[in-house]
Write a protein that binds this ligand. Structure first.
Ligand SMILES: [Zn+2]
Ligand SMILES: [Zn+2]
Length: 415
């Protein structure tokens, strides 16, 4: 994680999984505090810092409906971590299960547990739109933060967009108006770190947990979000409504006409994020304003709300290289080009958003540089994901001769 944090250009990572006894042992053995509540690898020169984070899945019944909610918990100290773990175990939690522990407690009971132990713990609803496991999910979620968190709702100062939604989709929701919008990578391997990133601007020289907490508020003091870097939501697994088994995929407009039953087998479709956002937005519509940076990166801004940080849409660099050189993302060739770029130009985030296109061409090849430039400008095409199937990015639309560029972009469908 330390190594890939540096490659990616991410200075602060979540440790993840502090509920897991074996991983916690790793954390306790290899990390030491460097500024209150912020950790680093013991005796290492690595720039990567860590904050103690974990994700918990709560599965329970509320209002006669089965609920499955994923939430991220950030702890200010290892002492607090062990107290929470002991209490979760006492309440029947199996902390040895991989991925994340599943608890029968309601989300509100979870808040009672963690805030009963330490008021400073940060509670952030995770990937809030995914159908099966989230606060606003179409299958097992709620219609408002209040309905989910009850009397604790006011203390939920931030939500996480997940890979299937971007900030503008969340801006449409009144319930989120006063809350900060953060984006994280949801990494299941070091290579996948930083598919989404939140860039914080920190006043103090040394980051502390308390300062970071301010960054998770819309009107935080000292630390604030400068922008977020987003995965194209169409690339996410649940953007459109559909049924994977029958190959049925519907846009929100189609769903409005055809309904939410599969026209092949008659079973209920998995209602995608786009449709669910429309449902909760209740006719509110906000259009992002585009602005282009010096490096040619398109940023999306809230049209009125100055406190809303802008965001940038990105494609992971290895996917870009794969498209450019025409071989699979896991191939040796892609790794070679990637490592070559990192060695001569710095981090992945730098290459994606800052380094001059000419320099990328010099360090790799013309076509890779062209691909990065097209992604920066949003001139790409995506086949949206649905019902657990990832969407597909196409930098060069496959029409006519290979590599021929068609200027069309599907991005407008977002707004
Ligand atoms: Zn999750
Ligand atoms: Zn079907």
């Amino acid at each position: 994680m330390a190594e890939w944090g540096e490659k990616k250009g991410i200075d602060l990572l979540g440790t993840a999984d502090w509920t897991h006894p074996l991983w916690l042992k790793e954390i306790e053995t290899h990390l030491e505090e460097d500024g209150e509540g912020i950790f680093k690898v013991k005796g290492s020169e690595s720039k990567t810092r860590y904050v103690l984070s974990c994700e918990i899945s709560n599965i329970y019944t509320q209002g006669d409906k089965g609920r499955r909610i994923h939430t991220v918990f950030f702890s200010p100290s290892l002492k607090t971590v062990s107290k929470i773990n002991a209490e979760l175990k006492r309440r029947g939690g199996n902390l040895m299960s991989d991925g994340r522990p599943i608890l029968g407690l309601t989300v509100q009971e979870m808040c009672e547990v963690v805030w009963g132990i330490d008021e400073r713990v940060m509670v952030v609803p995770a990937h809030i739109w995914t159908p099966w496991f989230s606060m606003f999910g179409s299958k097992s979620g709620f219609d408002s933060v209040e309905e989910c968190f009850g009397k604790y709702a006011d203390r939920i100062t931030a939500i996480e967009t997940g890979l299937s939604s971007d900030p503008v989709m969340n801006w449409q929701i009144k319930d989120l108006e006063k809350r900060a919008i953060v984006s994280f990578g949801d990494a299941h391997s070091p290579k996948k770190l930083g598919r989404e990133v939140t860039v914080f601007e920190v006043k103090e020289d040394k980051l502390t947990f308390e300062a970071l907490k301010e960054g998770f508020k819309k009107e935080g003091k000292g630390c604030r979000i400068s922008y977020t870097l987003e995965f194209y939501p169409e690339e996410g697994k649940y953007h459109y409504t559909g049924h994977r088994k029958c190959g049925v995929r519907q846009s929100p407009e189609e769903t409005q006409k055809k309904g939410t039953s599969c026209h092949v087998c008659g079973r209920p479709l998995t209602v995608g994020v786009m449709h669910r956002v429309d449902e909760l937005a209740k006719g509110e519509e906000i259009k992002a304003v585009k602005r282009v940076s010096e490096a040619g990166v398109v940023g999306y801004y809230h049209p009125e709300d100055k406190l809303r940080p802008p965001y940038v849409m990105m494609v992971p660099l290895q996917e870009i290289i794969s498209e450019a050189v025409g071989v699979g993302v896991n191939s040796k060739r892609v790794q070679e080009v990637y490592e070559q770029l990192m060695a001569s130009l710095g981090s992945e985030l730098d290459v994606l958003t800052k380094v001059k296109i000419e320099e990328i061409a010099k360090a790799s090849e013309e076509r890779v540089a062209e691909a990065v430039d097209k992604v920066r400008q949003g001139k790409i095409v995506i086949n949206p994901g649905y019902d657990g199937v990832f969407g597909e990015v196409k930098i060069w639309e496959k029409v006519g001769e290979k590599g021929k560029v068609k200027g069309k972009t599907e991005q407008q469908t977002l707004f």
